[in-house]
Design a binder for this molecule. Structure first.
Ligand SMILES: *[C@@H]1O[C@H](CO)[C@@H](O)[C@H](O)[C@H]1NC(C)=O
Ligand SMILES: *[C@@H]1O[C@H](CO)[C@@H](O)[C@H](O)[C@H]1NC(C)=O
Ligand SMILES: *[C@@H]1O[C@H](CO)[C@@H](O)[C@H](O)[C@H]1NC(C)=O
Ligand SMILES: *[C@@H]1O[C@H](CO)[C@@H](O)[C@H](O)[C@H]1NC(C)=O
Ligand SMILES: *[C@@H]1O[C@H](CO)[C@@H](O)[C@H](O)[C@H]1NC(C)=O
Ligand SMILES: *[C@@H]1O[C@H](CO)[C@@H](O)[C@H](O)[C@H]1NC(C)=O
Ligand SMILES: [Zn+2]
Length: 836
């Protein structure tokens, strides 16, 4: 799945909140949440040993699938008498019997079976069915037979079934939107999200990643709608006497069930020019396509796909790659083979209203998903316990792909902010966990879903980046290539990758590793956390211990590889370079000019982040941490400012009621004023946008920090722009890059009038990224009753889509005024939010 939005309904709040790493009340929330989870766990799963095969969560090894032939028919109109949207389906699965057995276990969840039959593929009579039922807790269709299936033979299980096309964002589900204005017409889309364990909600299947098979898909759909699936659409015929088209698709390669996708919609599309090797299409709401919102994705998808073909030395194995933007989607995006699904904000770009950050997000998400076409889809983890390798890898190389598409952005530097710092802030908690889990510890669907977290994505990316840095990129890519070629269309464990990287390293003259890949990496993946190293500059003695933000919590695990630790902190730099710069000499911060010249930009950001983390862990004083921000007066680069803003934001939130709040504000006001003036000058009094990607980001920091610390002229600027917009709502002249911070600042300074205007604009926005900016900014108000009303809107999917509700609550919790309101709200609505 796409990074950043690894959200499930039940786990979303905790996932996102810990990811932003700001709020102490929310840490408390995650503690309450774990306790609650433990309770639910015990209630649902009494610790008994299963006595029958269908009480186990894993499939037995007696049967393995060969191919499926599936026909599904989603109804995009509600049945007036039942009030349900449904789909009907038929599926025939051919499987091979590996061991004699009189039991068939196949996954099925929330499906009503209407027909079931078993035949033998070689003409012999198949065993008769003695009894069959759906085992709800383990999500199995259990079929007991009168006699044995014979090892070595193939059988075909045929089922017919009905399922609900619910709005639950999982399995085969529905998404809704309106199109046109006079009057708006409601449209329904049938779409899928199978990962990790919801293919079984669409049809009975052996729903484990190692149970690869070939899938023959057919979709029935109303005339005027278009059907898409993993393979290219082949033929379509009108079904006799009905207003229905039958579209069949090219069979898939051998693949896992979690990568299936099918969509029926009235979407429009654009495509790559005829004659290209791989057909690329971008699909979205017709209006979005007509407005050109798919153009940027179309322009970049082909080149990024080509980048990965070269990077992996392996050609893309399918004939087409569809990218489709869905109005309702739980994750950020999903790497279904040949039919990648996205949130609208992760695919659609509109130069008139999208910011450079939106653009970067689109480039990196497309890149992340395309990276999976090989790493994940062609070669797949054997079981979910290796999810970190799949997601960490895609997250890491997504920056390489995005860098190839937008070479002037230097996005590979930003990994430090976006992955490494985020990973460290979560990994420094006693509640963290090792990257790698044991297969037997990840059984139940809830355990699998829990793995989609910051550790899996961001720490996974950080340690793989470290590995690639010390092997060097060409060696890393060579190991990958032999790995992919050896295991294509099959499954692996992480040790298989280590082995191929080791082979690549061994065959590289002059590459001298201090230890084996396995030995180096196991220290990072088998234990949680990371070390803090103390160097006594007087004696030269060095020691290390497990770094915990709260030093009183948890046990200490030791990590031994010092040289790699320094790489983790200062990736890409030899350990010595850090040691030669006397960063812990407090006086260096007194002369900002020296500090800025002596230390490269990434490391200036690192030093600030380290200092604040060490201060929170009470290893250094808060004064020392604050001293690392003295140089900001002279700093014009984005990365150090961004890091300082994030860390100081935490202090503001913690100390908003204490007497240090005022002096801190005054101090930061003084530090940011030169930056604010700098951007005022280089943008010709805010009429131009800086050229450099990171300068564009830092312009936003300059305005947001200046306005929140009361720099003269800032609030007038933002509220002035906002008032102009309120006068002519159809003509928004605020530059897209600045919109979120301008909206936020104006709504914070304003009252109900500003809020209601922004709410109306949110409701009317036809561009998802614009809606997201408003959704964020609405949480900036300082008026408690407005925040409470906004919180209540989160319970009403007509007002705030289910996919957005958790984000909204998190945004409100990030507001000093909203913090306690959000906390109360979450406790009051606990059951609604977590158990639905
Ligand atoms: C799939 O099943 C349909 C009938 O249900 C049949 O017409 C078609 O030939 C089958 N396709 C394959 C590839 O077996
Ligand atoms: C609505 O559902 C009922 C009960 O399942 C069924 O009998 C009826 O045919 C359905 N109506 C339509 C229009 O599909
Ligand atoms: C499946 O059967 C259950 C129990 O009879 C019923 O409540 C549910 O509505 C059915 N689902 C569908 C999609 O027909
Ligand atoms: C059916 O196929 C024809 C010819 O390939 C194509 O022009 C048409 O758009 C297709 N219709 C649908 C609904 O896919
Ligand atoms: C990108 O990074 C390179 C190397 O660090 C640097 O020389 C260059 O100035 C950077 N470009 C931009 C636009 O920041
Ligand atoms: C939008 O506002 C700008 C600046 O106020 C103005 O120049 C422009 O003519 C306006 N456009 C429309 C369509 O009203
Ligand atoms: Zn992913």
């Amino acid at each position: 799945m796409g990074k950043g939005f690894f959200i499930s309904k039940t786990l979303g709040i905790v996932g996102v909140i810990v990811g932003t790493g700001v709020v102490a009340t929310i840490i408390a929330l995650s503690v309450v949440y774990s306790q609650e989870k433990a309770k639910i766990h015990e209630a649902v799963n009494p610790p008994t040993t299963p006595s029958t095969p269908w009480e186990h969560y894993r499939l037995p090894d007696s049967l393995s699938p060969v191919s499926y032939n599936i026909t599904l028919w989603p109804r995009l109109v509600v049945n007036a008498s039942t009030g349900l949207y449904i789909f009907t389906g038929q599926s025939a699965v051919v499987f091979q019997c590996e061991k004699d057995t009189d039991l068939i276990l196949i996954h099925a969840n929330k499906l009503n079976l209407t027909l079931l039959s078993l035949i033998s593929r070689d003409g012999a009579t198949a065993p008769a069915i003695k009894k069959s039922w759906l085992e709800v807790p383990t999500q199995f269709l259990v079929i007991q037979l009168n006699s044995n299936l014979m090892a070595g033979r193939q059988y075909e299980l045929y089922t017919e079934f009905i399922g609900e096309l619910a709005d639950d964002l999982g399995g085969f589900y529905r998404s809704e939107y309106t199109e046109g204005t006079s009057p708006p017409v409601r449209k329904v889309v049938a779409t899928t999200q199978m990962q990790p364990v919801d293919a079984r909600k669409a049809f009975p299947c052996f729903d484990e990643p190692a149970m690869k098979a070939v899938f023959h898909m057919t979709l029935l759909h109303a005339h005027g709608t278009v059907a898409l699936a993993n393979g290219m659409n082949l033929v379509n015929v009108t079904v006799n006497g009905q207003d229905v088209t039958r579209t069949s698709f090219q069979p898939t390669p051998l693949m896992s069930t979690y990568l299936l996708a099918f969509v029926v919609s009235e979407f429009g599309f654009i495509q790559s020019p005829e004659g290209e090797k791989v057909l690329i299409r971008i699909w979205a709401r017709k209006q979005a396509i007509a407005e050109g919102q798919g153009d940027y994705a179309l322009e970049k998808t082909g080149p990024i796909l080509e980048f990965f073909e070269n990077y992996y030395s392996s050609s893309y194995p399918l004939t087409k790659s569809d990218q489709i933007a869905l109005p309702d989607f739980s994750a950020g995006a999903m790497e279904n083979w040949g039919l990648i699904t996205y949130r609208e904000t992760a695919l659609l770009y509109n130069p008139a209203s999208s910011s450079n950050g939106d653009k970067e997000w689109i480039a990196t998400v497309i890149s992340h998903e395309l990276a999976h076409m090989w790493f994940g889809n062609l070669v797949t983890m054997k079981w979910w316990n290796d999810l970190w390798l799949n997601e960490g890898f895609a997250s890491y190389v997504s920056y390489l792909g995005a860098n190839s598409a937008e070479p002037t952005w230097n996005v590979t530097d930003l990994i430090v902010l976006k992955e490494v710092h985020g990973a460290m802030s979560v990994d420094a908690l006693a509640s963290s966990h090792p990257l790698s889990s044991k297969e037997e510890d990840v059984m139940r669907p809830a355990q699998i879903s829990e793995l989609f977290d910051t550790i899996t994505y961001s720490k996974g990316a950080a340690v793989l980046r470290m590995l690639s840095e010390f092997l060097t990129e060409p060696v890393f890519a060579r190991g990958l290539s032999t790995y992919l070629n050896t295991f294509k269309y099959s499954n692996t464990v992480y040790q298989d990758l280590w082995k191929h990287l080791q082979m690549a390293a061994d065959s590289t003259p002059g590459l001298d590793l201090p230890a084996s890949v396995d030995d180096i990496m196991n220290r990072w993946i088998l234990q949680m956390g990371f070390p803090v190293v103390t160097i006594d500059t007087a004696t030269g003695s060095i020691n290390q211990r497990h770094f915990l933000l709260d030093p009183d919590s948890g046990t200490v695990h030791m990590i031994m590889m010092l040289s790699n630790l320094l790489n983790y902190y200062v990736p890409g730099r030899p350990a010595q370079s850090l040691l030669t710069v006397p960063i812990w000499e407090p006086n260096i911060f007194q002369c900002p000019c020296v500090f800025i010249q002596a230390i490269p930009v990434i490391n200036r950001a690192q030093v600030v982040d380290d200092a604040f983390n060490l201060a929170r862990a009470r290893i250094v004083s808060t004064i020392l941490a604050l001293r690392t921000t003295l140089f900001l007066q002279r700093e014009r680069e984005y990365m150090p400012w961004q890091t300082a803003d994030r860390n100081l934001g935490y202090f503001f939130l913690m100390f908003d009621r204490s007497d240090v709040y005022g002096p801190m504000q005054a101090y930061l006001n003084k530090q940011v004023t030169p930056l604010f003036n700098h951007f005022k000058t280089i943008t010709a009094d805010w009429t131009k946008i800086p050229e450099k990607h990171t300068d564009q980001y830092n312009q936003v920091n300059a305005i947001s920090i200046a306005c929140s610390t009361g720099v003269a002229g800032c609030e007038e600027l933002t509220t002035g722009w906002f008032k102009d917009w309120m006068k002519t709502p159809e003509n928004n002249t605020i530059h897209p890059n600045l919109r979120q911070t301008v909206y936020c600042s104006a709504i914070a300074a304003g009252g109900v009038e500003e809020w209601d205007f922004a709410w109306r604009m949110y409701r009317e926005a036809s561009i998802a990224s614009e809606a997201d900016k408003l959704m964020y900014s609405l949480a900036c108000t300082r008026v408690p009753w407005l925040l409470n009303r906004y919180l209540n809107y989160c319970l009403d999917p007509e007002k705030i889509r289910k996919q957005d509700a958790t984000f909204t609550i998190v945004y409100i919790a990030g507001n000093v005024v909203g913090q306690s309101l959000a906390w109360d709200f979450v406790r009051t609505n606990w059951n609604h939010l977590f158990n639905e």
